[in-house]
Design a protein around this ligand. Structure first.
Ligand code: SF4
Ligand code: SF4
Length: 164
């Protein structure tokens, strides 16, 4: 898995132009069955890809924390939200709360998340490949294929399955 992760930025760069063209066409004319197809591709990919062997998202990017995330996780630690923010978060250039540093402080050496049950919504949903109206997050996906081997494979499969 580590070899795949190491090669991913180059592979994604090589595919960037092709992916950009594909998503631009997809946005203009999304197929009617896109939501169903994404569900299928997502499920099939994650039957093969084990996030516990990867954890590259937790190691390299980290999520945004919503107010609800902060309240829930602070409660888990029996802290006030303001304490949790002081301990772990910073505000980024888009004025969102993000981790002070990566790899994520909650990631264990075994790649398990120590706050799995209360983890941020963005972590639960990453890489967003099963969300509805997937064509609407194409800019994010173009970035995610360089981080997430599963997202990369899903986009490659999309290009084979959707003829536009
Ligand atoms: S979501 Fe993607 S980047 Fe994150 S651990 Fe799973 S395969 Fe790796
Ligand atoms: S909170 Fe958990 S799932 Fe989210 S980035 Fe950190 S270790 Fe990964």
């Amino acid at each position: 898995m580590q070899d795949i992760i190491n090669n991913l930025p180059k592979l994604a760069k090589d595919k960037h132009k092709e992916n950009k063209t594909f998503f631009s066409k997809l946005k203009k004319k999304p197929p009617k069955q896109l939501d169903y197809l994404m569900q299928e591709l997502h499920e099939r990919e994650f039957q093969q890809t084990d996030c516990l062997e990867c954890a590259n998202c937790c190691k390299t990017t980290g999520p945004l924390f919503t107010d609800k995330d902060i309240e829930r996780i602070a409660k888990h630690f029996r802290q006030k939200p303001s304490q949790f923010i002081d301990n772990y978060l910073r505000i980024d250039e888009d004025k969102d709360y993000v981790l002070q540093s990566v790899p994520c402080v909650f990631l264990g050496e075994d790649n398990y998340c120590s706050i799995y049950e209360v983890r941020p919504k963005a972590c639960r949903e990453f890489p967003h490949t099963d969300r509805k109206k997937f064509q609407q997050i194409s800019n994010l996906t173009l970035k995610n294929v360089a981080i997430c081997p599963a997202a990369f494979n899903i986009v490659e499969e999309m290009k084979k399955r959707i003829k536009i």
